[in-house]
Write a protein that binds this ligand. Structure first.
Ligand SMILES: [Zn+2]
Ligand SMILES: [Zn+2]
Length: 156
């Protein structure tokens, strides 16, 4: 699979516009996540960095991109996913498959009214909303309807 040049290009433009430095580790970390098929944990990323890269360098780069809206951290899995929305949004919502572990971002950009109303009632200043929705992805539900996917823990 080709790396996602648009995300890196966007990131470059973003750094130029905001005056942030696009350091080599920052660029490398983002490129690794952008081309990964699945969200990655910090150690998966460190493994793909040039030898001798210190973990704190990677964590700092991850924090930077998360703050800039190019990455989301999925807390329960402790992994990072590149945001391909092409814009910054106030939250991240993920459909997580209980069977194969695939993660899909939903991209609901605006905070649903119920959440903002509840926050307002409690005088809570809401600045993001993150959701992890559990279930079965399309691949796994498809498999379920096929004869061979049931658990063969008995003898035929
Ligand atoms: Zn996103
Ligand atoms: Zn699945």
């Amino acid at each position: 699979m080709a790396p996602s040049p648009t995300l890196i290009e966007e990131a470059k433009a973003h750094c130029e516009a905001t005056g942030s430095r696009l350091t080599a580790p920052r660029e490398r970390v983002l490129a690794i996540i952008a081309k990964a098929a699945k969200p990655l944990g910090a150690y998966d990323i460190i493994e793909q960095m040039p030898p001798g890269t210190k973990p704190p360098t990677v964590y700092r780069a991850l924090g930077f991109w998360e703050q800039e809206g190019f990455l989301h951290r999925i807390s329960s899995l402790n992994v990072y996913s590149a945001c391909k929305a092409g814009h910054r949004h106030s939250g991240g919502q993920f459909l997580i498959c209980n069977n194969c572990g695939s993660v899909t971002e939903t991209h609901i950009c605006d905070t649903p009214k119920d959440f903002s109303t509840e926050a307002k009632k409690k005088n809570f200043q809401l600045d993001g909303w993150f959701l992890e929705l559990r279930g079965l992805c399309s691949n796994c539900t498809e498999g379920k309807t096929h004869a061979h996917s049931h658990n063969c823990d008995h003898h035929h």
